[in-house]
Each structure stands twice: as C-alpha cells, then as structure tokens.
Design a protein around this ligand. Structure first.
Ligand code: GLY
Length: 411
C-alpha cells in the first residue's frame, strides 16, 4: 500500500491551525495505512475464530462485552437489525486488500440474508441489513443476483411508507406504544436503498418516497438548534405531527448521540442523491449542532445531555458514523467548511485509532466503547459490530481521498 496518508493528513491539519484541541498531535500522526492493516489483522483474527468446516453462516457477529475476547453472534432473523454489518465489514476489507479469502467469507455471510428480501417486512432495519451486505456486494462485484435481492428489498421497504404522513413507519410493532405512526431518525439511513433502487431498475416512486420522507423528517423531527428527537410520532390518518420523544436516548429533550449521527449521515446522503441545496444546508446544520457539543477527543458521550457526563459511557459508533459522513460532506461544501469537516473527520479517526478506543490484543473487534441501548441496559461500553462497520467505511473513504479520488469512488 502507498503510504502517503500521513502527508495528506498533515497538510489538511496544517491548514486548520486555528483549531486547538488536545487531540491535535494524534491527528497529525494519523497513519491510515497502519489503521487499515490493524483492521485487516482483526478481520483475519475473527475469521479464524468464526469459520470452520461446519460454520453456520447465519450466525453473525454482533458484540463483544465484558471480559469476552471473541464475537457473540446472533442468528440472522428479520428482527436482528445488525446482521448486515459483518458482511459489510468483510466487503470493505476485501475492497481495501483484494484478499480473496475475505471475499469468500463476505459472499457466504451475505447469502445468509437473502431470504429476508422476499418476506413480509418486519421493520425499516431491512435497509441496514441489505445495504451493508448486498449493497456493498453489488457495488464491488456487480453480481446480478445481489442486484435482484436489493431491488426486492427496496420494494419491501416501500410498503412501510404512509402517504398521509409522508414518512416510513419505522417500527410497526410499536404503534400502540408510541400512540401513532412512529418514524425514528435511524430510518434516514435506509432511504439509500430506495434511492439506489430508483436508479437501478426500480420504480421512480421509490425516489419520491425517499425525498418525501427526508422533507417530512426535516420539518418535524428537529429542534430549532438542529438537534433531533429520536422518535417522531404522527397521526397515521391525517399525518399531523403529534410529538417528538426518545427511545434510546436519555430523555425526550436530550440529544442521543447516535441519533444525531444518523441525521448527519442521512442528510449528507440525501443531498448526494437529490442535489437539492435545502438538504445540503440542513446536513451542515445538523452536523454543526453535533460538532459543537463534542468532548475534546471527538468521541461523544452516548447522549450529549446525560447528567452523568463526564462519567457517562461514550459511543464510538456515533464517532465512526459521523467521521464517514463528514468525509463525504466535505466534498459538497465551500473550501473553509470543507477543511473544517475533513479535519474533524481525521481527528475522530485518529482518536478511534488510539489506544483509548482500539480493541487491540484484548478483543478481535476494531473498537471498544460503543453504547447500544443505554435505557434498556443493553450493550453499554461494548464492542458493537456497526461501530466497526462505519469506522472501516470511513477509512475506505479517506483512503480514496488520499489517492486522489472522490470519497465514494471505486478503488
Ligand atoms: N438503529 C438502532 C440504533 O442505532 O441503535
């Protein structure tokens, strides 16, 4: 691998001398090739542990908690929202390394999800499941079967769209609990499947639904300062907005870090797909609301408003999501803003790559210190597979930029 990234990052950071934080030295030293090699070695460690002649490929890594060193796996079922991330990690690793052993594992784990595309939908998470696995698989291999599965997934996701509201019903099982049609911020990510399908043989109405969902969410799901609720509840019949509440955050009036991260990533992607300046301006607004509340090391506490801060747990997964999004967003904004966002992304990656967040020898994940569902007491201060996914995605994007391509180009 070429080792030009340190030079690239130093140039970027030298041009941002007005920002002084305790992580500057780490960001200056960030070596992307070393970070990629570390991830690749952890992937191989996981594969050695997971894959034998009798491996059940429908059992997919989810988290590592406590003193465990290896992945706890869960069955790929419609209600297990994280099963697409490990295949996605393998596809990104293959994209970076060309390692055919990893590609074979990516194919096998991806195949375990195929049945999800053709059955009645469970919830919006079908997008996460299929985009990370089949989406990356198709992008990298152009396998026509992957395309068919993704198109079927998009049609299935579209059944959640309620035209009276103008958004997808994220959690059909929770209508009674929330008192209406619920849309969660995480759902923004899954619009990408609809956009993708509309460009790849699917109906144009999929594009219209995705745009409408993004507009309705922009109008209702945010506070004036650009921070978001986790859940927006609407009247399913006339579509009026009833209330904004939390599910995974500290309180209805707090800002759950990963929810805000989904907003940053989601509106960046919606701008890419629509070229509608309203969405770019909004992506910047929600990004700035996130950036200005970060602690010095650029990795958020799980909720920006937990009164236990600085003793509250962090969420490395939110940092990975935002770092990846910023490496795309910096391509769409003016020069000053671009430098600010690129600098922030590299600082986040440098921090995640430091001993404070790396799993290293003790676990076979890339990262420690993510928080899944704090109010439920679930996956607190753990390694979680989606943190690794978005971290590696960010490294892929930075590598492409380093080589003079766009963040989303083919390597
Ligand atoms: N989609 C669920 C989460 O972000 O935890």
């Amino acid at each position: 691998m070429k080792n030009t990234a340190i030079f690239f990052c130093s140039l970027v950071l030298a041009s941002c001398a007005s920002t002084s934080t305790s992580t500057r030295a780490e960001a200056d030293d960030f070596d992307i090739d070393e970070a990629i090699e570390y991830c690749n070695s952890q992937v191989h460690r996981s594969i050695r542990n997971l894959c034998t002649d009798s491996t059940d490929y429908s059992m997919i890594p989810r988290n590592i908690q406590g003193t465990d060193t290896m992945w706890a796996c869960r069955k790929a079922t419609p209600d297990e929202w994280c099963s697409g991330f490990w295949p996605g990690v393998l596809w990104y690793d293959y994209e970076l390394t060309g390692d055919t052993l990893v590609r074979e594992q990516a194919r096998r784990y991806t195949g375990a999800l195929e049945y999800l595309a053709d059955r009645p939908i469970f919830d919006h998470d079908l997008g996460f499941l299929m985009l990370c696995s089949y989406g990356n698989g198709y992008r990298i291999t152009a396998d026509q079967r992957y395309k068919e599965v993704l198109l079927a997934s998009a049609d299935s996701l579209a059944t959640l769209f309620n035209p009276a509201v103008g958004t997808m019903l994220s959690w059909p099982r929770n209508v009674e609990m929330f008192g209406g049609h619920n849309t969660i911020m995480d759902n923004m990510i899954n619009l990408e499947v609809l956009f993708w399908a509309s460009k790849n043989g699917g109906d144009h109405s999929l594009y219209d639904m995705a745009v409408k969902h993004a507009e309705t969410t922009m109008n209702n799901h945010f506070r004036p300062d650009g921070t978001c609720f986790h859940v927006a509840v609407y009247d399913p019949a006339d579509g009026h907005f009833i209330k904004g509440v939390t599910h995974q955050g500290y309180s209805d009036s707090s800002t759950w870090a990963r929810g805000q991260a989904w907003a940053v990533y989601g509106y960046t992607m919606v701008y890419r797909e629509t070229h509608d300046k309203r969405f770019l301006d909004f992506a910047c607004k929600v990004t700035d609301a996130y950036l200005k509340r970060l602690p010095d090391d650029m990795v958020p506490y799980w909720d920006f408003d937990d009164p236990a801060i600085p003793e509250a747990p962090r969420d490395a997964s939110a940092a990975g999501v935002v770092a990846s999004a910023l490496l795309e967003l910096q391509e769409y904004v003016d020069e000053d803003k671009s430098e600010e966002y690129r600098h922030a992304a590299i600082e986040m990656l440098a921090s995640l790559n430091s001993d404070a967040y790396r799993s290293g020898e003790k676990r076979c994940s890339f990262l420690d210190h993510s928080t899944g569902h704090h109010p439920a007491g679930s996956e607190i201060d753990a390694s979680i597979i989606y943190a690794d996914y978005y971290y590696l995605e960010a490294l892929v994007r930075l590598k492409k930029l380093d080589e003079g391509h766009g963040a989303l180009a083919s390597l």
